[in-house]
Design a protein around this ligand. Structure first.
Ligand SMILES: Nc1ncnc2c1ncn2[C@@H]1O[C@H](COP(=O)(O)OP(=O)(O)OP(=O)(O)O)[C@@H](O)[C@H]1O
Length: 247
């Protein structure tokens, strides 16, 4: 099997707090992989290790067969962070141009990618406005467009649809599915939205820095005897609580 991401026995602490505990996980190429778990369970910390923004204390991460961190990898990773890192005094278009300039892209392709990404997130009419005048949702949409700008092989999206209305959320999910099906992209998404979790091919349930279970949405429903993903989430929480009390 071809893996885009290999996580091997990774642990990470901040001070005395162990945030990730011996995580091992392989993410197959061309799949949408969801990380779900309660707030503070370690999802963002894990994705930051995949992007190379932070180092694990133990263990190893390989992305696209390269050991992380590796500057060359950034050309092939589109990362959308939870908090927007945008230049507020520039327009949406200038932000897109700036981020595109960080990658090796022919000029003509830059214009095409800006138009594609802005269109996807429905920002084309607002591209010439300063980002300081954007709403929270518009900033999220611009951040998503930036993550797509260099046409990366791997997309890592940390809660990409927070603050985005249901109609646009559906458009974005349809595009993520198209990117996977037609272009073979690998996509990692962290989410709290359970109907988004159901759209993933595979899911890792993260609780208190450990992967409680991983598998397809149907496998997880069966494992937790749940009718839907809200129940998977709740039953996983109960089970992990019972286990921690009996240990
Ligand atoms: N730089 C840091 N310094 C100290 N503690 C940190 C740091 N980054 C994260 N943490 C702590 O690590 C834990 C996991 O945080 P993380 O952001 O990875 O969780 P999360 O699952 O992404 O949560 P959410 O769903 O709310 O975004 C939290 O207790 C958080 O306070």
């Amino acid at each position: 099997m071809n893996y885009s991401v290999e996580i091997e026995n990774v642990s990470k602490s901040f001070g005395k707090k162990a945030v990730l505990k011996e995580i091992s996980l392989n993410i197959e190429e061309g799949k949408i992989y969801g990380f779900i778990g309660p707030s503070g369970s370690g999802k963002t910390t894990l994705v930051k290790l995949l992007v190379g923004m932070d180092d694990p204390d133990n263990g190893m991460v390989h992305v696209l067969k390269e050991k992380v961190p590796n500057l060359g990898l950034l050309q092939n990773i589109g990362y959308m962070a939870q908090s927007d890192a945008l230049y507020l005094n520039l327009t949406g278009k200038e932000n897109l141009k700036f981020f595109a300039s960080l990658y090796k892209m022919p000029k003509l392709e830059v214009a095409e990618r800006i138009s594609y990404a802005a269109d996807l997130v429905k920002l084309t009419p607002d591209l010439n406005k300063r980002v300081s005048a954007y709403s929270g949702g518009m900033k999220r949409r611009l951040s998503l467009a930036i993550a797509l700008i260099q046409n990366p092989k791997l997309l890592i999206l940390d809660e990409p649809t927070v603050g985005i209305d249901p109609e646009l959320r559906l458009t974005i999910w349809n595009e993520l599915l198209r990117l996977k099906n037609e272009e073979g992209k690998t996509i990692i998404v962290t989410t709290h939205v359970m109907d988004e979790a159901e759209r993933c091919d595979l899911i890792a349930m993260i609780r208190e820095g450990r992967i409680l279970a991983n598998g397809t949405p149907d496998e997880l429903k069966e494992l937790y005897q749940a009718k839907n993903f809200d129940e998977v989430f709740l039953n996983a929480g109960r089970k992990s609580h019972e286990n921690s009390r009996s240990n």
